[in-house]
Design a protein around this ligand. Structure first.
Ligand code: FAD
Length: 481
């Protein structure tokens, strides 16, 4: 006899894992179902990694509201859980007279959205803050609250906290069919496994429309909007001090230049509607467009070396807002169309969905002992294990460097393999430790890491390498360096 879960959540991206974490604070039997072999492998792993304030969101939208709610929740969670972050602030630069004249309306919008510390600054101040920018700026908008964030650690932290508080994580479970019988939702996977639950949350990202249709709804269609990015080497990091934002358009937030929490510089993203939800390839045309924009904003960046390129797919829809709906009769919440801001808004979305489920009758009885989570640091702003002599004295594996580009120690790799949500693939290790993500992209350390992973997990090293070259899902080879 299979158990009936109180809540099943489809999709372990930023949104699904945040919902699982939120619900795991209550006395509930929860299951998180994910098609891929790990959490955070969809759009959540391939974005620009900015923790947005929501200053430029359209006032009155659910997106604007949930971004603000999320910001407050994340301010508490991010330091508690040890998520790598850097509060650099965003500098939106007006490069033309027309753009300069839009700054007051952007300021007004920010204030309407409750982001009141935003201010317009002069061209002189722009260059005082960012002396290496190209000539020709008319002025700017300074947004102190925009920050960098690690998009790999965040969903792992949400999922880990959910799991250590009793939620079940079922990986490699691709939902193919859903049936409602006598108040119970039966969810069937591609390979014939069945899960039964009283309430259902759809957080399937690019596929949220297809899951929604399985429940008989036709409220929106996801069109994958590809964003390509270029990652520059760490030597480029000193070129800028802030997140350099463009003036946004109705279609896109535009091409930005931003540091990452790992000490690289990102240039991107593009915005291009596709019809293939697995196409995370980069394109010559996209990269050339980025280089042109990058040259116009920060000419010195063009002298720096490129470490990697990647692309992510936004779950854009025909609507200009998140598609979050409660279908109370079906005890079903759809969280689809979470386009460009879902990493930042995930905690606000989870909080909102908790409220919707409660409205539909789910009893939320808080646990007395909701266990905290603390994640290993892979950012450059806080000390890493190789920089902590006391940790190395306790466990010399933290002093044994395996990946020299990113200074990843054997101790960190072993921790990731034996974590509550363990790394089982090279990609899983990359996102948990930064190993193989640096300048040489694993040329020097990959063989050693394959050996360690094979030894610790009993997997065949040839299978681990084959999975790298030929992932089961073609979209799995995208990812941020
Ligand atoms: C180029 C780019 C830049 C961006 N920049 C930022 C930024 O700077 N800041 C920010 O906050 N946001 C940013 N975003 C947006 C952000 O990345 C997304 O909004 C967010 O990751 C969406 O999370 P999600 O959980 O909804 O989707 P996903 O991360 O895609 O997760 C959905 C999950 O559902 C699973 N799934 C799908 N179908 C099934 C099924 N049938 N059965 C089981 N599981 C299934 C998938 O495998 C996946 O793991 C950016 C996006 C892009 C593309």
């Amino acid at each position: 006899m299979h158990p009936v879960y109180d809540v099943a959540i489809i999709g372990a991206g930023a949104v699904g894992t945040a919902v699982a974490r939120e619900l795991s604070r209550y006395h509930l039997k929860i299951i998180l179902l994910e098609a891929k072999a790990d959490v955070g492998m969809g759009t959540t792993k391939a974005n620009t990694a900015i923790w947005h304030t929501g200053f430029d969101a359209k006032p009155g939208t659910l997106e604007a509201r949930l971004l603000r709610r999320s910001y407050a929740l994340m301010e508490k969670f991010v330091p508690e859980a040890g998520i790598p972050t850097e509060p650099l602030g965003g500098l939106l630069v007006a490069w033309t007279e027309d753009q300069y004249h839009t700054l007051p309306s952007l300021l007004e919008r920010a204030h309407t959205n409750g982001v009141t510390d935003v201010r317009i600054i002069s061209a002189e101040d722009v260059y005082r803050l960012e002396p290496r920018l190209n000539a020709g700026a008319w002025g700017g908008l300074f947004v102190p609250g925009e920050s960098l964030l690690c998009p790999f650690t965040l969903p792992l932290a949400f999922a880990t906290q959910a799991v250590i508080n009793g939620a079940e994580l079922r990986l490699n479970f691709r939902v193919q069919g859903i049936a409602l019988e006598d108040g119970i939702t039966r969810i069937v996977s591609e390979d014939g496994q069945t899960v039964a639950a009283r309430y259902l949350v759809n957080a399937a990202g690019l596929y949220s429309d297809e899951i929604d249709r399985m429940l008989g709804h036709h409220d929106f269609t996801v069109t994958p909007r590809r964003g390509e990015l270029i990652v520059y080497d760490k030597f480029a990091r000193t070129l800028i001090n802030h997140i350099i934002l463009p003036v946004p358009t109705p279609i896109t937030k535009g091409v930005l230049i931003s540091p990452t929490v790992y000490g690289n510089i990102l240039l991107g993203p593009t915005a291009e509607d596709l019809d293939d939800k697995t196409n995370t390839a980069t394109s010559r045309q996209g990269l050339e467009m980025l280089l042109e924009k990058g040259r116009a904003i920060l000419p010195d960046l063009m002298k720096e070396e490129v470490t990697a390129t990647y692309a992510g797919l936004r779950a854009a829809t025909e609507h200009k807002d998140y598609q979050i709906r409660l279908h109370a009769g079906q005890r079903y919440v759809c969280a689809g169309g979470i386009r460009s801001t879902g990493v930042s808004a995930a905690m606000g979305i989870a909080d909102y969905i908790g409220g919707l489920l409660s409205e539909a009758g789910l009893e939320l009885r808080p646990k007395d002992n909701f266990l905290p989570v603390h994640m290993p640091n892979i950012g450059q702003a806080a000390p890493r294990p190789y920089q902590q002599p006391e940790r190395i004295a306790q466990n010399p594996d933290y002093g044994r460097i395996v990946c020299h580009c990113e200074k990843v120690s054997l101790g960190e790799i072993l921790d990731a393999i034996h974590a509550p949500i363990p790394a089982r693939t090279l990609d899983g290790l990359r996102r948990r430790t930064r190993a193989m993500q640096g300048r040489c992209q694993g040329f020097n350390c990959q063989a050693h890491i394959v050996d360690i992973l094979a030894r610790e997990t009993g997997q065949d090293p040839r299978v681990l390498l084959a999975l790298e070259k030929f992932p089961a899902d073609p979209a799995d080879d995208g990812g941020q360096s």
